[in-house]
Design a protein around this ligand. Structure first.
Ligand code: 4NP
Length: 156
């Protein structure tokens, strides 16, 4: 059976669509695309319908990630549609958990940085108000985390 992953950040135009694009490429390279469903969403709906931030698309494109996701807001039915909800920071965690219908759903909300092995960080920093280096740093953290997420949650 497919395992379904939903990445969540605030605006769904920087961090979570990047995680989404990185995972798309990594599972394709491993021939695991048929085993997973991947999507992303934001706790804030103000960017709904937009492509990822041009700064994130440019940084991701240099690493051969093609980010085409259109932003959408996280909603309670996502708990039914996804097995694992992977958040970027504590604020995302709190907002997503507030919409959880039951205890079992809460247990399926996890932090992206819990999968990091090369970085000792407890959240993926919001790059929206940062310069170019912020976007590169986010991609470095996400590449580390997504590789280990695939290892632990898909290939296991
Ligand atoms: P993201 O970044 O949560 O990584 O997509 C942000 C995008 C938009 C805003 C904040 C963070 N914003 O305030 O509109």
């Amino acid at each position: 059976m497919n395992k379904r992953f939903l990445f969540v950040c605030l605006g769904n135009i920087c961090r979570s669509p990047a995680a989404h694009g990185i995972m798309d490429k990594m599972v394709a390279e491993k021939g695991l695309d048929a085993d997973v469903v991947i999507d992303s969403a934001g706790t804030y709906g103000g960017h709904a319908g937009e492509l990822p931030d041009p700064r994130m698309r440019a940084a991701a494109s240099k690493r051969r990630y093609d980010l085409r996701h259109r932003s959408r807001q996280f909603r309670a039915p996502d708990f039914d549609d996804f097995d694992l909800i992977v958040v970027m920071d504590d604020s995302n965690y709190d907002r997503v958990c507030r919409l959880a219908p039951d205890r079992e759903s809460l247990d399926r909300v996890v932090r992206m940085t819990d999968y990091c092995t090369r970085f000792t960080v407890d959240h993926v920093p919001d790059p929206y108000y940062d310069g170019e280096r912020g976007f590169e740093h986010v991609l470095d953290i996400l590449e580390d985390a997504v590789a280990n997420l695939i290892d632990k949650e898909v290939e296991r």
